[in-house]
Design a protein around this ligand. Structure first.
Ligand SMILES: *Cc1c(COP(=O)(O)O)cnc(C)c1O
Length: 388
């Protein structure tokens, strides 16, 4: 067979975790008690009332046929209700809400609706890799906006050359942010709307972590900003909020023309999310939100154990107000890759090197709070035995 892989696969960013995966497999084979702080996947189960609703809905034959492409009307109405309660934003459920098979799916497909070969998007770095890859698959180009600590991990729009800003069709943003744990406030979002209007750029805001926040902090929706709905689409997910990563359910909201374009792409590629999963999604969004409060408390406690421990060894991470990530600076003299392999070899702790999320992530490792408090304490005890 002479069939070669398409160019677009050859241009994918390198898979930097290969070495770590190999080392991890070695350690596991040797029987080492590995603590995995590498993957951003909640370790807690989906709340029972959501599972019950899935079971019941799966028994109903009406859910067994093809779902509607844009999502069940009941689910989209439920999303609009949640948005109104949570953010005070009005949405037209049929024109401004679209069901997704997880938000990653929607983000990855969005550029196919609006990007022609050679078109440009402004993409943060370090970042969730999907924005860059989605642009690549659509034949577009990415201009990277570095997220650095001096700027609270927010992009500096004054550093973008005006010609580049004028060329750009899209801007990707993600707050609360993976991997830095940074959050954005109203004044920043107002600047984004002004920038989007000045340069005619569409904003794609990934709000997957809007509910995973601590100390009583409630992240806002980008759509709360006046004028945002004229320029933006916002992506949400039930994955992190309700421990539903395996269920594949998310939604996009915002500008009707953007929603319609994404819907057109999807109707030609997938056939929608299982209706029973959407009924369960309604149970999640409309049910008791005590499970969300408990999730927040759980991660907050884990965060506090980890931060306190890192401080004892002289590492000063930014304390995240949201997300289940701690963006941890490496000790002096260690690159991201060095520190990741030290933690793995000496402590049996899996982390992700910051440089894997983009060059400005060099000098950091990302620790995910996805093991229980006792295991985090154990990880800290092992780190405390190191000397840098
Ligand atoms: C986890 C995550 C998502 C959610 O992905 P789903 O496809 O909805 O499971 C989206 N964006 C970021 C940055 C994430 O970390």
């Amino acid at each position: 067979m002479t069939l070669a892989k398409a160019e677009r696969l050859k241009h994918l960013p390198p898979y930097l975790f290969q070495e770590i995966d190999r080392l991890k497999a070695d350690l596991l084979a040797k029987g080492v008690d590995v603590i995995n702080l590498g993957v951003g996947d909640p370790d807690l189960p989906t709340p029972g009332h959501i599972i019950d609703r899935l079971q019941e809905a799966a028994e109903d034959p009406s859910t067994h046929q093809y779902p509607s492409y844009s999502g069940m009307n009941d689910f989209r109405i439920s999303v609009a209700g949640w948005y109104q309660r949570r953010f005070g934003v009005e949405l037209d459920p049929l024109r401004e809400v679209l069901t997704l098979i997880g938000s990653k799916e929607g983000i990855a497909h969005f550029p196919l609706a609006f990007i022609n070969p050679g078109d440009l998007a402004l993409v943060p770095t370090p970042a969730y890799p999907v924005y860059q890859v989605a642009m690549l698959f659509a034949g577009g180009e990415s201009y990277f906006m570095p997220l650095v600590r001096e700027n609270n991990f927010l992009p500096d729009f004054s550093a973008i050359p005006p010609d580049t800003a004028r060329r750009a069709k899209l801007m990707f943003l993600n707050y609360p942010n993976n991997p830095t744990g940074a959050t954005a406030e109203r004044d920043f979002y107002e600047k984004v709307v002004a920038f989007a209007r000045e340069y005619d750029v569409v904003v794609c805001h990934d709000a997957a972590y809007s509910e995973m926040a601590f100390d009583g902090y409630r992240p806002m929706s980008f759509l709360e900003i006046p004028g945002a709905k004229e320029v933006a689409i916002e992506f949400h997910s039930l994955s992190k909020t309700y421990n539903m990563t395996g269920w594949r359910l998310g939604f996009a909201v915002g500008n009707a023309k953007l929603i319609e374009g994404l819907g057109q792409v999807k109707s030609n590629i997938d056939s929608g999310a299982f209706n029973a999963v959407q009924w369960a999604g309604i149970a999640a969004l409309e049910g008791d939100q005590q499970c969300v409060t408990e999730m927040q408390q759980t991660y907050q406690e884990r965060r506090d154990v980890l931060i306190a421990g890192l401080r004892r060894v002289g590492i000063q991470p930014v304390i995240p107000k949201a997300t289940f990530y701690v963006w941890c600076p490496t000790p002096p003299g260690y690159t991201s890759a060095d520190f990741t392999s030290l933690l793995l070899k000496e402590c049996g702790i899996v982390t992700t090197p910051g440089s894997g999320f983009g060059a400005p992530g060099e000098g950091y490792v990302r620790l995910a709070l996805t093991v229980n408090k006792a295991r985090i304490a154990e990880a800290v005890a092992r780190i405390e035995k190191l000397s840098f």
